[in-house]
Design a protein around this ligand. Structure first.
Ligand SMILES: NC(=O)c1ccc[n+]([C@@H]2O[C@H](COP(=O)([O-])OP(=O)(O)OC[C@H]3O[C@@H](n4cnc5c(N)ncnc54)[C@H](O)[C@@H]3O)[C@@H](O)[C@H]2O)c1
Length: 247
């Protein structure tokens, strides 16, 4: 494969689908990993009807073995991997005093354990190859504790920002960079599905930019961080939050 190759997790819909499309438009071959395989497959077909530059992978990010299988499947198909975008995530709003052990573990697994395993498996592969880019999708909630997303989700995303630094430090000398992006609320289906219309109005009124964020723009930031010449951007958290949180 002449093109650079990227794996985007949780790419069947929402931000992940936008990231997959932007990488594809930037000339990458794109592996679309998700537990929602049919939707991932449909997106792959949209991007590349013959499968030559996009294909879907059944990938559950809570499993290290699944990341290993994804790595092997991509190498078998295209012979190289240049970037991993850890985008898969999920949460249900529960008040902090009511979060059960099961809910806590489930949200931590999907949002944080996923990033640990993705960085372990692909970070090792990239380090052995002497080059690679990892971008972890964190969240504003991981920086300010969140508002509408749940404490388990906010804690997991704070952990994503910390893991980003640890892997960046450990893999930096091997030519691998690891960065996080922390988006604020974006104009995406999940936001409209999970936040009541009147509450959403109040959320938007509180954003200095006066509108929800663009998933395409966040995707462009991911493409920029995955570029071959991005070697000097490492261990950082890139805030894209409309001015909601400044530091
Ligand atoms: N939507 C926002 O405003 C917003 C803001 C900040 C951060 N984020 C983060 O952006 C990322 C994408 O969010 P979104 O809004 O597109 O969410 P979404 O719920 O619309 O999409 C998430 C995708 O992840 C997949 N997924 C869920 N569990 C999985 C698993 N175990 N293995 C593999 N795939 C799995 C889902 O099938 C889905 O395709 C998440 O990490 C989220 O926390 C979103």
């Amino acid at each position: 494969m002449q093109k650079r190759v990227v794996l985007v997790t949780g790419a069947a819909r929402g931000l992940g689908a936008a990231i997959a499309a932007r990488f594809h438009a930037a000339g990458y071959a794109v592996a679309i990993g998700d537990i929602a395989f049919d939707a991932a497959h449909a997106l792959a077909r949209d991007l590349s009807a013959d499968g030559s530059s996009a294909f879907a992978l059944n990938l559950d990010v809570t499993s290290k073995r699944a990341f290993e299988s994804a790595r092997d499947a991509i190498l078998q198909r295209w012979g190289r991997i240049d970037a991993l975008i850890n985008n898969a995530g999920a949460s249900k709003v529960v008040s902090v005093m009511e979060i059960t052990a099961e809910q806590f573990d489930q949200v931590i697994n999907v949002n944080l354990r996923s990033v640990l395993f993705g960085c372990q498996v692909f970070g090792q592969h990239f380090a052995d190859a002497g080059a690679g880019r990892i971008v972890n999708i964190a969240s504003l909630a991981g920086q300010n504790g969140g508002s509408a997303t749940g404490a388990h989700y906010a804690a997991a995303k704070g952990g994503v920002i910390t893991l980003t630094k640890v892997f960046a430090r450990d893999l930096g000398a091997a030519g691998v960079t690891v960065n996080a992006i922390s988006p604020g609320p974006m104009d995406l289906p999940i936001v409209h599905e999970s936040v009541a219309a009147d509450k959403l109005k109040a959320v938007i009124a509180n954003i200095p930019a006066g509108r929800l964020g663009s998933a395409d723009y966040v995707a462009d930031v991911a493409v920029m961080l995955a570029a071959e010449n991005a070697y000097f951007a490492n261990g950082a958290c890139w805030d894209v939050n409309g001015g909601l949180f400044m530091r």
